[in-house]
Design a protein around this ligand. Structure first.
Ligand code: SAH
Ligand code: SF4
Length: 383
């Protein structure tokens, strides 16, 4: 018997929105400056950053009082000047396949979704970069929700921290090091377009990659963009993580419909940018995401055209069976179509894995995310 789907509604204490600065999400330099402003002598500031950093990002401690290698006075100084806050989990749903979807609340009462996808020997956390999205890709549920705001670096790092809280992944003092990580990979494939919130995404990923904390290697992080051409190169030069591009079509006519940003930066412009991508190599290929929509972009001709377009770019193609959502104007291509498509790409020399939809029963699969509050508001309008 498979496990039941569960949904836990957690009691969220109403936050007395403090005006104190939040140390979570600050880069080391920002934290150093903040500690000095609060009265830390300059000479000690670097060491203090190191200590606080280790408590927060290595041990997962968010109570200044528990930072026992700091003098009592210094703990008090921290507690009176700063907070350590991550978004609050409102609900956690667990799919029949073990996928967990968290609905989390951030300042202003907004909500975003975070998805944890466990696999046999690894686990991927899919995080959001914006509430809603300015773009309106026609197959994407998030795209039907207007952009509400960018997430702060704290809210982005905080998604990783709250998932580690829930999974019990912070190390236990004295216990042997656990080699297999529950969260071994992060994908910026949740709600929003990460390249339209570049600075916060970059700072957050630097915190997550820092060796004395969560220490996730840069090649374990993948940023997915719909194709914001002027910002793409910065992914390599300023973050250093892997890049995925939501490609989805092989002609401008179809891509204009599916990914409207194509009207601004068309296929040729995008591909030229990707050919010049600073991080490109055979070991660091670009992932081309391609959603399989019945009768729209899934013919053999599309597959052959795609192969031609990719020529000269170290690439792999990730085929994503379309995930339906209420009111979606598309259907998923048949399994047979998807396999024929995948074989053509594979025979041309490109890896072409088909992404297994995960967490569909809890609407946690790619492109199904949308803030619950927004859903409620919408249905209230209809009634
Ligand atoms: N905004 C970024 C990242 C978030 S979307 C981007 O567009 O790349 C993450 C991936 O899910 C993208 O490739 C997106 O095209 C895909 N996606 C969106 N809606 C989907 C759906 N309904 N079914 C399958 N994949 C979808
Ligand atoms: Fe935004 Fe990405 Fe969805 Fe397009 S696919 S609407 S860019 S989240």
């Amino acid at each position: 018997m498979s496990a039941p789907i569960t949904q836990d509604v957690l009691t969220v204490p109403r936050k007395l929105s403090g005006s104190l600065p939040n140390l979570v999400g600050m880069t080391r330099d920002q934290m150093r400056a903040a500690l000095i402003t609060a009265g830390t002598p300059e000479k000690q500031a670097k060491m203090r950053v190191g200590q606080v950093w280790q408590w927060v990002y290595h041990w997962g401690v968010r109570d200044f009082e528990a930072m026992t290698n700091l003098a009592k006075d210094y703990r008090t100084l921290l507690a009176t000047n700063f907070t350590l806050e991550v978004p609050q989990v409102v609900t956690r749903q667990t799919s029949i396949d073990g996928t967990r979807k968290y609905l989390v609340r951030i300042d202003g009462g907004h909500e975003v979704e975070v998805v944890y996808i466990p696999e046999e020997d690894r686990g991927t956390l899919c995080i959001s970069s914006q509430v809603g999205c300015t773009l309106t890709c026609s197959f994407c549920h998030t795209g039907t929700q207007k952009l509400v705001r960018n997430l702060t670096a704290a809210e982005i790092v905080g998604q990783v921290m709250l998932a580690r809280d829930d999974l019990g992944e912070w190390p236990i003092p004295g216990a042997p090091r656990v080699e297999t990580r529950l969260i071994s990979n992060i994908v910026l494939m949740g709600m929003g377009e990460p390249l339209y919130n570049f600075d916060n995404v970059r700072d957050a990923m630097h915190v997550v990659m820092d060796n004395e904390g969560i220490a996730l290697g840069r090649r374990r992080i993948t940023l997915s963009t719909s194709g914001v051409v002027p910002e793409i190169a910065r992914t390599a030069t300023e973050i250093g993580c892997l890049l995925a591009v939501s490609f989805h079509a092989t002609t401008d006519e179809v891509r204009d419909q599916l990914v409207p940003i194509n009207k601004k930066w068309n296929i040729e412009t995008l591909l030229n940018e990707l050919r010049a991508y600073p991080g490109l190599s055979n070991s660091e290929r670009i992932t081309f995401e391609y959603v399989m929509l019945q009768g729209v972009n899934d013919t053999k001709e599309d597959a052959y055209r795609l192969v031609e377009l990719l020529r000269g770019i170290p690439a792999k193609v990730n085929l994503i069976p379309f995930n339906e959502w209420p009111g979606a104007p598309y259907k998923r291509s048949s399994g047979n179509r998807i396999h024929v498509f995948a074989d053509i790409i594979y025979n041309a020399g490109y890896a072409s894995p088909i992404r297994t939809p995960r967490g569909e029963d809890i609407m946690a699969a790619c492109g199904q995310l949308k803030s619950a509050t927004e859903k409620v508001r919408k249905s209230a309008r209809v009634n």
